[in-house]
Design a protein around this ligand. Structure first.
Ligand code: NAI
Length: 330
């Protein structure tokens, strides 16, 4: 039986991984802590480690895992910006991920943020609960006929475009590797600048890489329409948070929806309701009335969790038996 050290474990990980651990092929060591230099010792004796979005798999962690003779890492997510890939490769690690578990889960959450902001549901919810049925201040706008810019047209970007077409939006896309499906859906590829200049709503769906770090910076924001809505359900590091705060103060950005944040690893997935949050940038973002933030829950649907667990178990079964899973990172 293979032993797997599962880091960043939550109740739902235990439930879904156990559910699909048919014939008890694996012995899971469920560890609440994130994988990092301070916790890597907990993996000793395992055959593989299983990690999530905010585990920090840097050079030191990889070297220690290698010393423990652990050479297999299974990500229970699609993004892999938290791994030092060149180092993992040079140390001979095999890495696999869950490339596509439910693009619709994230796409639907993206649309949820757009509608919450455009129709002010977050304010209406509180108002009605207090018996205040006045509509002043709740006027929204239609998504119909708005121009929406989609940056990154992979699985999630495409799923988002499909939904937006149903709303009757005019969809502009930017991706260095264009997909024919987008044009078949009736959307158009344009240069990034053209997208930023023309979109009423900009939504990010590209991975975080050294090239895309702070893709949305002061200059990119300056290129956007005045009063633009910006949505990020991809990775926090795509946006320079300081530039964002300035743009919110001047109302250049009039509506902001975030499911991810640059320094989320210190905050998200934990109940911090009784602690004093030390991150002033995050707290400033939260203070704006025209900002809605969710704590990286785009992926969090039953369907997605089932696929994540099934694919992770299938990836581990292949890799630990020396076979290809098709989901290796290189
Ligand atoms: P994908 O790999 O299918 O698509 C990514 C697309 O981005 C590709 O078409 C690629 O060519 C494009 N791209 C690369 N560099 C770009 C650039 N500089 N500008 C524009 N496009 C660029 O990935 P998928 O499944 O669509 O996921 C996208 C991102 O969503 C992931 O990288 C991850 O960070 C995030 N994500 C967030 C989740 C959440 O719960 N909020 C859950 C799952 C993924």
């Amino acid at each position: 039986m293979f032993e797997i050290a599962v880091f960043s474990t939550k109740k739902y990980d235990i439930e879904y991984l156990n559910k699909f651990n048919v014939d008890n092929k694996f012995s899971f060591n469920f560890i609440e802590a994130k994988l990092c230099q301070e916790t890597v010792a907990l993996a000793k004796g395992a055959d593989a480690v299983c990690v999530f979005v905010n585990d920090n798999i840097n050079k030191k962690v990889l070297e220690t895992l290698s010393d423990f003779n652990i050479k297999t890492i299974a990500l229970r997510c699609a993004g892999f910006n938290n791994i030092d890939l060149p180092c993992a490769k040079s140390l001979g690690f095999t890495l696999c991920r869950v490339p596509e578990y439910s693009p619709e889960a994230v796409a639907e959450h993206t649309i949820g943020l757009m509608l919450t902001l455009s129709r002010k549901y977050h304010k209406a919810y509180n108002r009605v609960r207090e018996g205040n049925f006045a509509l002043d201040g709740l006027m929204g706008f239609n998504l119909h006929k708005k121009t929406v810019g989609i940056i990154g047209t992979g699985n999630i970007g495409k799923a988002t475009v499909r939904i937006l077409q149903g709303f009757g939006c005019h969809v502009l896309c930017y991706d260095p590797s264009p997909s024919e499906e987008i044009t078949q859906l009736g959307a158009n590829y344009v240069a990034l600048d053209e997208l930023l200049t023309n979109a009423d709503i900009v939504s990010l769906h590209c991975p975080l890489t050294p090239q895309t770090q702070h893709l949305i910076d002061e200059q990119a924001i300056a290129n956007m329409k005045n009063g633009v809505m910006l949505i990020n359900t991809s990775r926090g590091g795509l946006i320079d948070s300081h530039a964002l705060i300035n743009a919110l103060k001047t109302r250049k950005i009039s509506l902001l929806g975030l499911d991810v944040y640059e320094l989320e690893s210190e905050l998200f997935f934990e109940d911090l309701s009784n602690t004093i949050i030390q991150d002033d940038v995050f707290e400033r973002l939260l203070s704006f009335p025209n900002v809605v933030i969710t704590g990286h829950q785009g992926f969090f649907t039953q369907e997605a969790l089932e696929t994540i667990a099934q694919t992770t178990i299938s990836n581990l079964t292949c890799l630990l038996n020396g076979k290809s899973s098709g989901n290796e990172l290189y």
